[in-house]
Design a protein around this ligand. Structure first.
Ligand SMILES: Nc1ncnc2c1ncn2[C@@H]1O[C@H](COP(=O)(O)OP(=O)(O)OP(=O)(O)O)[C@@H](O)[C@H]1O
Ligand SMILES: [Mg+2]
Length: 257
């Protein structure tokens, strides 16, 4: 069974139909990249996968999004629980700047009621190791998160996201504000994380999509104001080398070739 399955998903901002009829499956412990021109709905689809879309007034989702076969939009499902299981990392690293590095990592755990100091320390170390940041910060865990470099801050946010032990990690252009070296560090990390997590990443960087993902979803839109749609989904190698759809080919060769 797929970890995630989107069935006929349509997404709206009030009257505006932003994304049309998305059908998509994401296997467990894999990386799926979302690519496509600006405004085609990549971030919108991503946010619908952990019920972050509906926090915008008037915004709603139609269709089904199944996590392990269960509809996360089912009437008995608590959106907060969904967001714990399906974590998110944003484009701009957003650590709590004045909070210590360690406290940043365990903020979510604290919020869910964990008070045991030893346990919190353990999880902080484990998550920072998981995010390939431990060696760089282990001697300054009590210093503010805002004092780290951009690339370190983004890995701190990844540590914070994995500290609550999600099953799925959604990443919206996680490297777009990073220099090439930090970007490679995050890409290496994504490779390691997929042994444990299922990852969906939005990226404008075609090389990055080609490097990190197992499958790629190409989205497009006919014109501004029209809904975005999923044009083609397939193994990354196929999408980049031999896509079925002419539109995919034109986009890839324009951006990559
Ligand atoms: N909060 C919002 N309210 C109304 N419309 C929105 C909102 N956020 C996004 N949209 C619209 O939904 C459509 C899809 O936007 P989205 O941000 O998902 O695109 P994207 O593919 O992520 O683009 P980019 O590559 O520029 O990040 C766009 O037309 C956008 O203007
Ligand atoms: Mg976006």
């Amino acid at each position: 069974m797929s970890k995630l399955k989107l069935n006929d998903v349509n997404i709206y901002y009030g009257d505006f139909h932003a994304v049309q009829n998305v059908n998509l499956e994401v296997p467990a412990r894999s990386v799926t990249a979302f690519i496509g021109p600006s405004g085609c709905g990549k971030s919108t689809v991503l946010r619908s996968i952990n019920r972050m879309h509906e926090v915008i007034p008037g915004a709603y989702v139609e269709g089904e999004i199944l996590l392990d076969g269960e509809n996360i939009y089912g009437s008995k499902i608590d959106p907060v629980a969904v967001r714990n299981t399906i974590g998110m990392v944003f484009q701009k690293a957003n650590p709590f700047p004045t909070m210590s590095i360690e406290d940043n990592v365990v903020a979510g755990l604290r919020l869910s009621g964990e008070k045991n100091k030893k346990k919190l320390k353990e999880v902080a170390e484990q998550s920072l190791r998981g995010a390939n940041l431990w060696e760089e910060v282990k001697d300054r865990l009590d210093k503010p998160g805002g004092g780290l470099s951009g690339g370190q801050q983004q890995r701190l946010c990844i540590a914070r996201a994995i500290a609550v032990k999600p099953e799925v990690l959604l990443m919206d252009e996680p490297c777009s504000a990073l220099d090439p070296i930090s970007t490679l560090a995050v890409e290496d990390l994504i490779h390691e994380l997929k042994e444990e997590f299922t990852i969906v990443i939005v990226t404008h960087n075609m090389q990055q999509a080609a490097r990190v993902s197992d499958q790629t979803a190409f989205y497009s839109l006919e014109a501004t104001g029209k809904p975005g749609r999923l044009v083609e989904l397939g193994p990354t190698k196929k999408i980049f080398e031999n896509p079925d759809n002419k539109e995919t080919e034109d986009y890839i060769s324009g951006r990559f070739g």
